[in-house]
Ligand binder design. Sequence first.
Ligand code: SF4
Ligand code: SF4
Length: 147
Amino acid sequence: MQAAQEKKLRKVVYLTFPPESSNKPVVCDLARVYGLDFSILKAQITPRHEGQMTLELSGPAEAFEAGLAYLRDQGIGVAPAAQRISRDDACCIHCGMCTALCPTRALSLNITTRFVEFDDEACSACGMCTKVCPVAAMDVLLENGVM
Ligand code: SF4
Ligand code: SF4
């Protein structure tokens, strides 16, 4: 019988590397060994040679958990990074592209004013709008001081 379609996860995580692991290719292993997609949002090395990295990770749930367990086994601290979306109202040109794909209808067209309205209470921070906005009015903010 065909296996049920695997559940996919997408999360932003904040990693802290002790000095002894800051030069190991552990993040590459997430893709090479565990098949996860990653995008480095921010990385820095402190004066004590500890590494800090904010990483967006996506992939099948099982591989995701295995990949995070691998990082922890390497002595790397893994913490969720709370993500929030904001809109630069001065930048938005009300083109409406984001409204077509917003899953929670946090972005919607006001048919009276023809302006696109953003309800941040309804936003699930999925990030879809940030990928299509032609003027980059939608921005991702990470809330634990890492960006
Ligand atoms: S982040 Fe997702 S839920 Fe929030 S406004 Fe953008 S598309 Fe809608
Ligand atoms: S895609 Fe960008 S410019 Fe267009 S309505 Fe949405 S936020 Fe505004």
